[in-house]
Write a protein that binds this ligand. Sequence first.
Ligand SMILES: Cc1ncc(COP(=O)(O)O)c(C=O)c1O
Length: 409
Amino acid sequence: MPVTQANQVTPAQRLENVRYAIRDLACVADEVIQQGHKVLPLNVGDPLNFDFQTPPHIIEAAYKAMRDGKNGYAPSPGIPEALEAIRGEAARKGITTVQDVFVTSGVSETVDLCISALVNPGEDILTPKPDYPLYSAVLCKLGIALNPYDLNEDDAWQPELADIERKRTPRTRAIVLINPNNPTGSLCSRQMLEQIAEIARRHNLVVFADEIYDKLILPDSNGNITPHIAFASVAPDVPCITFGGMSKNYLVPGWRIGWGIVSGDAAALKPYTEGIHRLLRARLCANHPEQYAIKPALEGPQDHLIEVQRKLRSRRDLTQKWCESTPRISCVAPRGAFYAFPRIDIPESDEIFVKELIRQKHVMVVHGSGFGQKPGTQHFRIVFLPDEKTLTKAYAGIAEFIRERYGNA
Ligand SMILES: Cc1ncc(COP(=O)(O)O)c(C=O)c1O
């Protein structure tokens, strides 16, 4: 083969700000694994990596669909029986003004598609800070400047309404609300949803209500469970797309099945919905056979959720106790999903903390700066999906690392 001087193939400049800290840390973990160590993974929100099992009837439904030859392209918006089941789910969530529903390859695709169909260059959308990094990645990809609003740690990580008002401009088109929240595990009160609705009404904003964790609700400190409140149920008039999916509630993240529920005023939403459908057609369809599991999942037995919630409660309690008894750590108790976002008082960046923790104690968490946080604060995100024995071992390693590196201030 002739030897030539190969020109570097440079990626697009718009990718410069794309960060996905959760997976970026994998390089550090690989170093440790190559040295022969086992890494305790408290970093990826995949229940199937731990002692959670997909309900068998859901697997059966997808398997049957494959055997029955449902292996071609599906209709672009999704198969009719899945769409009907999602409308049923919307009704159970109390959403009364549904204008449209569609199936996507995971909520990841819903996010990409709904933002792409709405926002022009020069416009923006308000995203929470800290956020789930996909939102900023999609915005970077589209060349749209980030406009993050703060979640207030002193108010159980609720959206900071004054900051939303401050950050909104006449070019702001939408606001993202992740509830229950990743990475903080917080849950919005009805009053908070009403106040956000009021801002959306006043400024003609679309609300993207990411409710992918809506069935994973944890009890408060008195042991009471407040059921999840769908944003669209308290604001039927506000243009809203509720994001939902199978990954977390039904324990099939690898299937890549999500959906959008469009609600609000029919006439106001028509052009936007048509735009979404243009993109849905352009990407042909979501995974086909797996769509046959949507109806059995949403309408069939929900028994697995009892077991999932029992495990999550016990692991959340263990995590919270550890946070409360460990020097330099404080944490707002998670009320949903399977994440805790403790604050840590250390004299160096949380990114160094996390990387050194992997190297020295082989425990993997994600640094708060990977999600965005208020300047001057440091955090890390824990995924408390592993069993109690694994969590106890990991937490002992983190406490030891803090003591050795920083002392018990
Ligand atoms: C808040 C949030 N939204 C969306 C997603 C993406 O979900 P999916 O697996 O359906 O693409 C995740 C995944 O962790 C998430 O935490």
